[in-house]
Design a protein around this ligand. Structure first.
Ligand SMILES: NC(=O)c1ccc[n+]([C@@H]2O[C@H](COP(=O)([O-])OP(=O)(O)OC[C@H]3O[C@@H](n4cnc5c(N)ncnc54)[C@H](OP(=O)(O)O)[C@@H]3O)[C@@H](O)[C@H]2O)c1
Length: 129
């Protein structure tokens, strides 16, 4: 996640390893890794041996959208005034799953979960089966 997203959450999220990307070489918080570039982020991710998830914000989505293999998009069907925008999916991706979830008692709006896969990955897996 980007440093601004980390600040907006204001705490370390439990149950996961977090890498915060920042250009500030002095930045540090207990319980999270920091990285000063995309290359360093990818190196840190590799050292964890785990799959990585890019969780925003917009500048970080923008940087990683050219290399991610999938986009998991949650649409919240409500009217909201936002100050940050990003187009995550393009013709490079194909919609492979879509699930509509009705508004439950504790929700303020219904949601839709979409999974988009990069076309080249889809074609590769189709060709190998
Ligand atoms: N709806 C969603 O899915 C979602 C998800 C996440 C966040 N958000 C919201 O989005 C907002 C934050 O988004 P944002 O775009 O303003 O900020 P952001 O992407 O979270 O963070 C931007 C910061 O990340 C660092 N950074 C970005 N690219 C870098 C690079 N190539 N190399 C090194 N550091 C880099 C810089 O940190 P430094 O300034 O420290 O150098 C930059 O100022 C918040 O309001 C948050 O709540 C929404």
């Amino acid at each position: 996640m980007g440093r601004k997203t980390f600040d907006s959450i204001g705490r370390v999220l439990p149950g996961r390893t977090t890498i915060v990307i920042t250009r500030d070489k002095t930045w540090g918080q207990p319980g999270v890794y920091s990285a000063n570039s995309i290359t360093e982020t990818l190196q840190k991710l590799q050292s964890t041996g785990r799959k990585g998830f890019v969780v925003g914000g917009s500048s970080v989505y923008e940087v990683f959208r050219t290399i991610v293999t999938e986009v998991w998009l949650t649409k919240v069907w409500s009217q909201a005034i936002g100050d940050t925008r990003i187009a995550l999916v393009s013709d490079d991706f194909a919609l492979v799953e879509c699930m509509r979830i009705s508004k439950a008692k504790e929700d303020s709006a219904p949601t839709e979960l979409q999974r988009w896969v990069r076309q080249i990955i889809l074609h590769k897996s189709t060709n190998t089966h």
